[in-house]
Design a protein around this ligand. Structure first.
Ligand SMILES: [Zn+2]
Length: 218
């Protein structure tokens, strides 16, 4: 492991917390189990008895589900907030092994169909430093549903909506259910203060990113 990879690993640990920690929150008709992964937050959402996942980075997510006594067959669909390996990496696995429907942003179709990042836009010297250590490939897949406009999730039994939020990637999407918003990487928590928001290390359109965050808050 080279120096950049070691630094990246330390950064990940400081920024995202420990692997395998489950945090559960509830809001009205919704329960959210946040399964901390290595580089991203993966959420299992239970809304009015319907189970779905927001993001997934690798097949060992099944271990997290097992710890919650939840079987993959109980998952109705998986929403991918954007086509980066730490968010999309488990989509092919869940689709091929369990036939789980995948929902993703239309703007990221080329990325998820190829399994390769076409660009990663650094916003800081830190982003530049760890760039070479950031994973850039994952198992390609195709989504069953592509989102390119505000779309209701009513047909899945969910009182919720998905929105395009292009900025981190062209096809980033947000999911809002019961007043809870899952926004992928349009924002991050600071390294030593996770609840303090900060500009993500990689944003391809910083101006649009600010607009997207302001829109989400109104
Ligand atoms: Zn990302």
């Amino acid at each position: 492991m080279n120096l950049r990879a070691v630094f990246f690993l330390l950064l990940v640990i400081l920024t995202m917390g420990c692997t395998g920690v489950h945090i559960t929150k509830s809001m009205n008709n919704t329960i959210v189990h946040t399964l901390y992964s290595a580089t991203s937050n993966i959420h299992l959402v239970i809304h009015k008895g319907i189970y779905f996942l927001v993001d997934g980075d690798e097949s060992k997510i099944e271990n997290h589900l097992e710890a919650l006594d939840i079987k993959p067959e109980q998952i109705s669909f998986l929403v991918i907030t954007h086509g980066h390996p730490d968010h999309s990496g488990a989509a092919a696995y869940f689709k091929e092994k369990h036939g789980i429907k995948i929902i993703a942003g239309k703007g990221d179709q080329q990325i998820i169909n190829s399994g390769k990042l076409n660009k990663l836009c650094s916003t800081s010297a830190l982003g530049d430093l760890v760039y070479s250590a950031v994973p850039k490939e994952f198992k390609a897949f195709n989504a069953d549903v592509f989102i390119n406009e505000e779309t209701s999730l009513a047909e899945y039994g969910i009182d919720g909506t998905t929105y395009p939020i292009p900025s981190h990637t062209e096809g980033s999407i947000a999911i809002v259910v019961d007043g809870l918003a899952f926004v992928g990487d349009i924002i991050r928590g600071k390294a030593m203060a996770k609840r303090t928001p900060a500009l993500h290390f990689y944003q391809c359109d910083v101006t649009r990113n600010e607009e997207v965050i302001n829109e989400a808050l109104t």
